[in-house]
Design a protein around this ligand. Structure first.
Ligand code: NAD
Ligand code: TYD
Length: 339
């Protein structure tokens, strides 16, 4: 199978590339990425050494470039991870979120349709369902929970989902959608909660917790997300939506305290800051459908996954220090500037 992975230089896309290369020796992968601030070619250095992988620098909103790639490669499967992914940035400036997350999805689907791709998978998010109250723990998001978004980010992801479903219904486009809860693990950009807190704790600078830190997220180790997508590509039914989550709800403040404890840093580093605008209270996934239909189960317990993640950031300081210092831009110029 030849697979196009968009957003391959980002957090989950890169983890997915490594997961597929290890799991399916018979497959070839093209990793596409426009290398926004969130994309990092260093993350793909290991994959680039594998003859079954090739990197293509392209923007999914560039119809001509996407069309060229599809005509060259003849993909069997497309997995779309490429997106603007950070809620706080979407609050500051929604425009690029609408462009990449909605129009980019349309352009990819048009190319997949034109070139007869057998399966298109849209990587979506549980944030399309809005939020749940903190005092009703029995409520969970199912695939039939109404779409009701809170942030420009989630609105753009929900719009893309609706477009994917419209293509499926109108053109018989062979698409699946997955809606996963918050991921954590290696290669996550240090603007997201867990890596940001690890980075700040290591530097002994304040850990900024929004509001009172009581908002709840349902955390899943990134490899478990990759496994679910792999199963959906191979065994999922066209037209289906699958929720992905591991029944692992945690309040933000508790995660921050766990990180401090593991690193041996004092809780006095915690600083409560002004809350995020429109801050979703709680996300919680009911994964019964994917478990029942495909047999998917998460494998990594949160306590283990968090330790592995912290250890990874400790062992890979240059990876995130480069990003933080802007070194990455120079890296790209050095590697590709004269080609
Ligand atoms: P990320 O921000 O780490 O990576 C996104 C990647 O997409 C980056 O490499 C970036 O360069 C690339 N990209 C952005 N705009 C592009 C464009 N126009 N053309 C080509 N490439 C472009 O994000 P992530 O956390 O890896 O998320 C991947 C996908 O998973 C997203 O669609 C996101 O909505 C979804 N998701 C993320 C989470 C999570 O917890 N991180 C949870 C559920 C779903
Ligand atoms: P984030 O990692 O941005 O993911 P999302 O908003 O998509 O769930 O944030 C996770 C939670 O952590 C969310 O409730 C906001 C909170 N948060 C903080 O309290 N401080 C921070 O500096 C960040 C980045 C997030």
């Amino acid at each position: 199978m030849k697979i196009l992975v968009t957003g391959a230089a980002g957090f989950i896309g890169a983890n997915f590339v490594y997961y597929e290369l290890a799991k399916h020796p018979e497959d070839g992968i093209v990793g596409l990425d426009s290398l926004t601030y969130a994309g990092n070619l260093e993350t793909l250095e290991g994959a680039a050494k594998d003859g079954r992988f090739r990197f293509a620098k392209a923007d999914i909103t560039d119809r001509a470039a996407v069309g060229r790639l599809f005509s060259e490669e003849r993909f069997d499967v497309v997995v779309n991870f490429a997106a603007e992914s950070h809620v706080d940035r979407s609050i500051e400036d929604p425009s690029v979120f609408l462009l990449t997350n909605i129009i980019g999805t349309q352009i990819l689907m048009d190319a997949a349709k034109k070139y007869g791709v057998g399966r298109y998978h849209q990587v979506s998010t549980d944030e399309v369902y809005g939020d749940l109250p903190l005092d009703r723990p029995e409520l969970l998001f199912t695939e039939t929970t109404p779409i009701k978004t809170s942030s420009p980010y989630s609105a753009s992801k929900a719009s893309a989902d609706l477009l994917v479903q419209a293509y499926q219904r109108t053109y018989g486009f062979p698409a699946t959608i997955s809606r996963c809860s918050n991921n954590y693990g290696p290669y996550q950009f240090p603007e997201k909660l867990i890596p940001l807190m690890i980075k700040n704790a290591l530097a002994d600078i304040p850990l900024p917790v929004y509001g009172e830190g009581l908002n709840v997220r349902d955390w899943l180790y990134v490899e478990d997300h990759c496994k679910a997508i792999d199963m959906i590509l191979r065994e999922g039914g066209a037209g289906e939506v699958y929720n992905i989550g591991g029944h692992n709800e945690m309040a933000n403040i508790d995660i921050v305290k766990l990180i401090l404890k593991y690193l041996g840093k004092p809780e006095s580093l915690i600083t409560f800051v002004t809350d995020r605008k429109g801050h979703d209270l709680r996300y919680a996934i009911d994964p019964a459908k994917i478990t029942g239909a495909l047999g998917w189960m998460p494998e990594t317990r949160f306590a283990d996954g968090l330790k592995q993640t912290i250890d990874w950031y400790l062992a890979n300081k240059p990876w995130w220090e480069n990003i933080v210092s802007g070194e990455y831009t120079r890296y790209y110029e050095k590697m590709y500037g004269n080609r």
